[in-house]
Design a protein around this ligand. Structure first.
Ligand SMILES: Cc1cc2nc3c(=O)[nH]c(=O)nc-3n(C[C@H](O)[C@H](O)[C@H](O)COP(=O)(O)OP(=O)(O)OC[C@H]3O[C@@H](n4cnc5c(N)ncnc54)[C@H](O)[C@@H]3O)c2cc1C
Length: 441
């Protein structure tokens, strides 16, 4: 890459910021165009009065040693090692998350418990073909009964799709826990097994997940333009030559990194792409999330990082309490909880106040809080929370990526740009790799 040229980055979420950070480490200039008024994307931390909370239950997974070391370097003593397990709320009982057979057996009726043990032992003797759907992964890992009780309903509520129409990758590494060794260890020795993050051990910044990205934008090689929506990518068929910002300013570009949702990117190409490609891009769907925040006049709501609610009659999938990630996120005598409510962005007519009232009323019924303890409420919208990975996605993406590969200076990075279930550690790894590649050009 020539010394005086810069990388133009579309979107200032984790992928955009990580790309600009790794570029700055190599003394490469970059400029980020971000539509909203702050960087961080879906990983922002919001400060409201004396409370800090993230846009969704975020934590840093220690899954890639190099990335973890980089985060430790960036945050220093602001990064906390947390131990805070999560629970599943089922018929007024709390079960361990991820599911543990001993715990399940002591909570469910005897006949159901025996069926679950039988199915899981039988599973150990079977040889399975590689699973094609989430439903198959769940059955292979937990058996039918357990899957139907806890996994299918939760998954279908979260993704808004039947679990036999979703790809196995939506499990995100969470369904690897019930093998013969773990069943025996738990049944006969009541021992826990499984990976660290599944057991509730993770890293978390003192003042919220978003501070990771806030701490990565301090180099003179980085430039940030906020409130700058990309509205067009102008191309000559082989390269992206210019970008248009806020439907007015046009800028010449050399290397360009897009973290925008892939359907938007295709829509923004000018001259416009043919109708068939546009239709494919439009058919890719995202799951939206309403984040309903309740500030409470009590020191703690629970002692869990998150509580999962598989029951489909309850509108939220999960409640998390930032204070159980870092005690610095709320005053000593108060706490805050965030309920995650999935929705279809293309069909949304949800009334936020009605939703909040419904959440408070359910939590009162379950004796989890009193209405009088609620100090303030707020609702945030994430229309691009999760790319919906259904069975047709692979074929559609192949067509779109093949088409985009003609633009030799365009690089896609991030969760919605790649339409993949990625976490921060994946994004950091990919951004670092991309900058290595670009710097050699
Ligand atoms: C509820 C929830 C929980 C999660 N938990 C974890 C977790 O525990 N750990 C973890 O590592 N990850 C977690 N994730 C995933 C993580 O949030 C994503 O991996 C990450 O946000 C993806 O970053 P990104 O930059 O690819 O996209 P985004 O965060 O979506 O950022 C994209 C950015 O592009 C901007 N943009 C969009 N359109 C335009 C435009 N036209 N012009 C300019 N800018 C534009 C947006 O405003 C946004 O800032 C979770 C996600 C959710 C929804």
């Amino acid at each position: 890459m020539k010394n005086n040229s810069k990388i133009h980055i579309l979107g200032g979420g984790p992928a955009g910021v990580a790309t600009s950070y790794y570029a700055s480490q190599k003394k490469i200039n970059s400029v980020i165009y971000e539509a909203s008024s702050a960087i961080g994307g879906n990983c922002k931390t919001i400060k409201l009065d004396d409370f800090y909370f993230d846009l969704g239950a975020h934590r840093f997974h220690d899954k890639n040693e190099n990335v973890t070391n980089e985060i430790k370097k960036i945050l220093g003593n602001q990064l906390l090692k947390v131990h805070s397990p999560s629970k599943i709320f089922y018929k007024n009982n709390y079960l361990d998350f991820p599911l543990r057979i001993f715990n399940v057996l002591t909570t469910l009726k005897m006949n159901i418990g025996l069926k679950i043990v039988y199915e899981n032992f039988l599973n150990q003797l079977k040889t399975f073909k590689s699973p094609n759907t989430f439903e198959e992964v769940a059955y292979q890992n937990y058996g039918k009964t357990l899957s139907k009780l806890f996994l299918m309903n939760y998954t279908e509520k979260l993704w808004g799709e039947s679990s036999n129409k979703l790809l196995p990758s939506i499990a995100g590494g969470r369904l690897k826990n019930l093998n013969l060794k773990s069943i025996i260890a738990e049944l006969f020795f009541n021992q826990k097994s499984g990976s660290k993050h599944l057991d509730g051990e993770f890293w978390y910044p003192k003042f919220g997940f978003g501070t990771i990205f806030e701490s990565m934008k301090n180099s003179p090689y980085q430039e940030f333009f906020l409130n700058s929506s990309v509205t067009r990518l102008i191309h000559d068929g082989k390269k992206i030559t210019k970008i248009e910002i806020n439907q007015s300013k046009v800028i010449n570009v050399n290397q360009i990194v897009s973290t925008l949702p892939i359907n938007l990117l295709i829509k923004f190409l000018y001259p416009v792409v043919d109708e068939k490609l546009l239709m494919i891009a439009n058919s890719l769907k995202f799951r939206g999330l309403k984040l309903c925040v309740l500030m409470l006049d009590r020191p703690y709501f629970s002692d869990n990082a998150s509580i999962y609610f598989p029951d489909k009659k309850i509108p939220f999938t999960r409640i998390y309490e930032p204070k159980n990630r870092s005690k610095f996120t709320a005053p000593n005598d108060k706490t805050c909880i965030v309920a995650e409510v999935p929705y279809k962005p293309e069909k949304s007519n949800i009334n936020n106040q009605e939703l909040l009232d419904q959440i408070v009323s359910i939590l009162e019924q379950k004796k989890m809080l009193k209405k009088s303890e609620v100090l303030t409420t707020k609702v945030y919208d994430l229309p691009f929370a999760y790319p919906i990975l259904d069975l047709e996605v692979k074929e559609k993406l192949n067509i779109l990526f093949k088409f985009l590969s003609r633009f030799k200076n365009l690089h896609l990075i991030g969760r919605n740009a790649n339409f993949e279930y990625q976490h921060t550690h994946d994004i950091f790894k990919n951004s670092n790799y991309l900058i290595e590649k670009i710097s050699k050009n």
